[in-house]
Design a protein around this ligand. Structure first.
Ligand code: PGA
Length: 260
């Protein structure tokens, strides 16, 4: 399905990889070369581990690739050992943050922490990618109930005028890192459902500003099929974002589905 070219986004979530700053620099330089060759307007971002962000920002002066953080803590400063705040990330050149990834939820991140993060980062005009998704599917459609509840809780403090800073990544947990991606049809059904929940909460026009991405075992082999069957605005990619060819191939395929 075609969608407006300016909405398209591909984000690489490097998770806790690679294991040294040297390897991270090499990976980013290779991604930069490979994506730089492609002539398209897809917004491309990578989310490296936080300790590497400062070094990596120096390798991205042109802004063709944006830097994102995989998490942050919603207070600005103070006695919060081990935490990293939004102003700190901004000062390093970070322009988007991931919130509520299922791997963080699994390690105890609470709904109220997620809601606080989404509220604070959108209110500070930081692009915020909120992850939602069910653990499993059944024949009763419980995945819709799960996603609706995650959206409503996470967005409780987000005002209409800040929706332009929000993206939703639909990431069914069973599809993450398993090689079993959701089908384009299932993704489209969920995309429409998410749009409906947002429209009920905020109205049609503000809701339409929110880009909806898919994540879960996306790679260069399945991206085109998903884009053909669903009008998602792009992808959040884990494993395949560490492979330069796969990642840039997904960017290329995504660009083909935009109308200028
Ligand atoms: P995956 O991860 O592409 O390796 O399935 C996606 C994610 O967790 O964001």
């Amino acid at each position: 399905m075609k969608r407006n070219a300016e909405r398209l986004v591909v984000i690489g979530n490097w998770k806790m990889n690679p294991t040294s700053v040297g390897a991270a620099k090499k990976l980013l330089i290779d991604v930069r070369k490979s994506v730089g060759k492609l002539k398209n307007d897809v917004v491309v971002a990578v989310m490296p581990p936080q300790p590497y962000i400062g070094e990596l920002a120096r390798l991205l002066p042109g802004g063709r690739i944006l830097l994102g953080a995989q998490d942050y803590f919603h207070e600005e400063r103070g006695a919060y050992t081990g935490e990293v705040s939004l102003p700190m990330l901004k000062s390093l050149g970070v322009s988007l943050v991931l919130v509520g990834h299922s791997e963080r939820r699994a390690r105890g991140e609470r709904e109220e922490d997620i809601a606080a993060n989404v509220r604070v980062s959108t209110s500070r005009n930081m692009i915020t990618v909120l992850c939602v998704g069910e653990h499993k599917r059944d024949s009763h459609g419980s995945h819709f109930t799960v996603v609706e509840s995650q959206l409503k809780t996470a967005l409780a403090g987000v005002v209409k005028t800040k929706l332009k800073y929000l993206m939703i990544a639909y990431e069914p947990v069973w599809a993450i890192g398993t090689g079993n991606n959701a089908t384009g049809e299932d993704i489209e059904e969920m995309r429409l459902f998410i749009t409906k929940v947002l429209t009920d909460l905020y109205g049609r026009v503000p809701a339409s500003a929110v880009r909806i991405l898919y994540g879960g075992s996306v790679n260069e082999k399945n991206a085109a099929g998903i884009l053909a069957a669903s009008a998602v605005d792009g992808f959040l990619i884990g494993g395949a974002s560490l492979k330069v060819k796969s990642f840039s191939e997904v960017v290329k395929q995504t660009a083909r589905h935009g109308i200028a």
